[in-house]
Design a protein around this ligand. Structure first.
Ligand code: HEC
Ligand code: HEC
Length: 472
């Protein structure tokens, strides 16, 4: 009996040592595309880090996607990217009657952030797709019966779109203390061509969002939630006016922690909601068309399930399995100086450099588990908490606990490659910032101390800080 126990312990020690050695070996041996051992500082997501720097930087599978997982990845990719029709094809059908984009990829081109027509054509609807979401509510936060949560500005033949967004901007120029100029563009929105009730501007709240980059979604779903709660407890820095909090989502008698979306208003990757609300493709979780109950839809009613749970899981897998681009130029002296400035300006108090994924594997919609995402050190540069960003960024639209002025700290990993992937540098929830400097100068309230420290820096220090952000 005693000997047996002793043996078991011995075996356990050996296994433990072997795992430890295997882990450290693995960490030390992540190779870049040229077969060189990657600098640990460049590994944004451990073994899911990829070394692409071009248009596919956000759209490359992690190295652990092998064998049958490759087939699943590309099936998910196709379901995500192929433009849909209103027909019944399981791969590309089911679109409408109302929708906001023709495929997931029409708004998230190359798994990134398509430039909305808002900026190229003065609002949506002028040909092509808007590549944005327009959330609308009444002033008291309730929804309009004939419209729902999102304004659907596209429709299939014979149906009238719900309305069209019009945007205009006022631009103001400012100076840094050293004389360098910058200007900020304030958006003004209105909705025209309402299909039903003519809603008065004074009854209406409009919150416009541009898409988010799909960087690190799998890691976000694998986050160690105890660590996140600890980050939320620690996020209280009265000396800098910063205190973040988690968003929570009560659903099916459980309270989930919100992670995704600009207001951390979702606990998952919104696959089912995306198909239902953005594309008009019904599924098990949302079996009714998004337009169900609207006056113009009385003749339509229910179309049946237009995408299977199995296929939605392929999309879920695709998004979880996307690699996170490695950092570039980590040893460049200017980037190093910029990194110091990032901490000097207290950016790290919200854009948390390092978090971890949990022990157990995240589970997809249809039950597949992904052990490859567990137990990784990751560098999202976000605390995933809500922060009051002041009147500067207040949309007056609330979502769960998040008030109009509260936004989830946007993860910065991969941000420096957005210009390669999507050929533009519009930032913030509604894309009003045209570069990183403008994004920082829009930070209000909890972000004001950071903004002001950045503002007071010398031009070289500001430029270095931006070079650091671009290295992420
Ligand atoms: C009409 C444009 C549009 C379409 C079509 C669209 N999205 Fe999005 N997506 C957005 C916008 C805008 C956001 C940011 C919304 C917010 O703030 O919550 C977003 C956010 C997301 C997020 C959260 C990302 C994060 O980092 O927090 C996921 C995941 C996502 N979309 C997946 C999908 C999937 C899957 C589809 C297809 C079924 C899809 N989207 C279709 C515009 C779109
Ligand atoms: C109080 C928390 C907080 C601090 C401090 C902070 N940020 Fe942010 N940051 C946010 C939030 C929240 C957003 C999202 C705001 C929005 O989209 O309207 C954001 C957005 C950004 C974006 C835009 C990202 C994108 O892809 O749209 C950049 C760039 C950025 N921050 C950089 C910085 C830098 C650099 C600093 C330090 C000078 C800093 N932030 C300090 C909370 C913070």
């Amino acid at each position: 009996m005693e000997i047996k126990t002793y043996r078991i312990i011995n075996v356990m020690i050996i296994i433990f040592v072997m795992t430890f050695v295997a882990c450290t070996k693995e960490d030390a041996e992540i190779l870049d595309n040229y077969g060189n051992v990657a600098d640990p500082a460049s590994l944004s997501a451990g073994t899911s880090t990829v070394f692409e720097t071009g248009m596919t930087a956000y759209d490359t599978p992690a190295k652990w996607v092998t064998n049958e997982l490759v087939t699943r990845f590309y099936r998910g990719d196709a379901l995500y990217d192929r433009p849909r029709t209103s027909g019944e094809d399981p791969l590309i059908g089911g679109k409408g009657p109302l929708y906001a984009g023709s495929s997931c990829g029409s708004c998230h081109t190359n798994a990134g952030r398509t430039l909305p027509t808002l900026f190229s054509q003065g609002g949506t609807g002028a040909g092509g797709f808007s590549a944005q979401l327009v959330y609308i509510t009444k002033k008291d936060g309730s929804f309009f019966r004939n419209y729902g949560r999102v304004l659907h500005d596209q429709s299939i033949y014979g149906v009238v779109p719900e309305g069209k967004l019009r945007a205009s901007y006022t631009e103001e120029t400012f100076r840094f203390p050293d004389g360098e100029e910058y200007s900020l563009m304030t958006p003004h929105y209105e909705i025209v061509e309402w299909y039903a009730d003519n809603i008065k501007p004074e009854d209406l709240i409009i919150d416009v969002r541009i898409p988010l980059r799909h960087v690190g979604l799998g890691q976000m779903m694998a986050l160690d939630l105890d660590e996140l709660q600890e980050v939320a407890r620690r996020s209280n820095y009265p000396e800098y006016g910063i205190s973040g909090r988690l968003n929570t989502i009560p659903e099916r008698n459980i309270t989930f922690i919100g992670i995704t979306g600009n207001k951390a208003q979702h606990a998952d990757l919104t696959i089912e909601l995306g198909f239902s609300s953005d594309l008009g493709v019904t599924n098990d979780r949302y079996p009714l068309e998004i337009s169900e109950g609207q006056s113009q839809m009385l003749g339509y009613s229910h179309y049946g399930i237009q995408i299977s749970t199995k296929d939605m899981e392929h999309v879920d897998f695709y998004l979880h399995a996307l690699g996170v681009p490695a950092r570039r130029n980590v040893n460049d002296p200017t980037v190093k100086r910029g990194e110091e400035n990032f901490y000097r300006a207290k950016c790290d108090l919200c854009h948390t450099p390092t978090l971890h994924t949990r022990q157990d594997a995240p589970t997809l919609i249809n039950g597949t588990r992904l052990p490859w995402l567990s137990r990784q050190t990751i560098h999202p540069y976000s605390d995933f908490l809500l922060h009051d960003m002041g009147v500067e960024l207040d949309s007056h639209y609330s979502s769960g606990l998040a008030m109009g002025c509260e936004w989830r700290t946007t993860p910065l990993w991969g941000i420096g490659l957005q210009s390669r992937v999507n050929q533009h540098t519009h930032f913030l929830h509604d894309g009003r910032a045209r570069n990183i400097t403008e994004a920082i100068m829009w930070h209000g309230r909890e972000g004001a101390v950071s903004r002001d420290i950045f503002k007071q820096m010398s031009r070289e220090d500001r430029d270095a800080l931006i070079k650091f952000v671009e290295s992420l």
